[in-house]
Design a protein around this ligand. Structure first.
Ligand code: HEM
Length: 127
């Protein structure tokens, strides 16, 4: 029997759909983050983040079929991401992660990755 992927262990596509949908519910009301995201195409942004996370955690590789190699730091270059933007992003992501009510060890693994990834996306020094 194949070892189960993290993607499967947390509940597959439905879980990532809930996670990212909940995250963007926070972003739309965030005065710091909302202006960074596309005016019209927030559903598109939601699709991109969801498909990336699904692929990262061992689910279908649709993200790269549609978008190519992730190159996430490069793709974030157009945005000024300092510690304030990072912390706002993480706040909404934390709300989203805890809303899933995953078993603690799975929640911790997901959250630790997101914290690490968010820190690595910072591209602007604090003033
Ligand atoms: C795209 C902001 C961290 C994954 C974007 C976009 C913005 C943004 C404004 C463009 C939305 C779109 O049209 O797709 C931020 C900020 C972050 C952050 C402020 C704070 C640290 C992260 C992290 C990840 C991530 C930690 C991964 C774990 C992505 C992905 C896309 C994206 C996959 C779509 C890339 C593409 O295919 O074009 N982000 N992001 N972001 N972000 Fe972030």
């Amino acid at each position: 029997e194949e070892p189960q992927t993290f993607y499967e262990a947390v509940g597959g596509e439905e879980t990532f759909r809930r996670l990212v949908h909940r995250f963007y519910r926070g972003v739309v009301d965030d005065p710091l983050l909302r202006p960074m995201y596309p005016d019209e195409d927030l559903p598109g942004a939601e699709d991109r983040l969801r498909l990336f996370l699904i692929q990262y955690w061992g689910g279908p590789g649709t993200y790269s079929q549609e978008r190519g190699h992730p190159r996430l730091r490069m793709r974030h270059n157009p945005f000024v991401i300092g510690s304030a933007e990072r912390d706002a992003w993480l706040k909404h992501m934390h709300d989203a992660v805890t809303s899933l009510e995953l078993p603690e060890h799975l929640e911790k693994r997901l959250w630790d990755y997101l914290v690490y990834a968010a820190h690595s996306m910072v591209n602007a020094p604090d003033a």
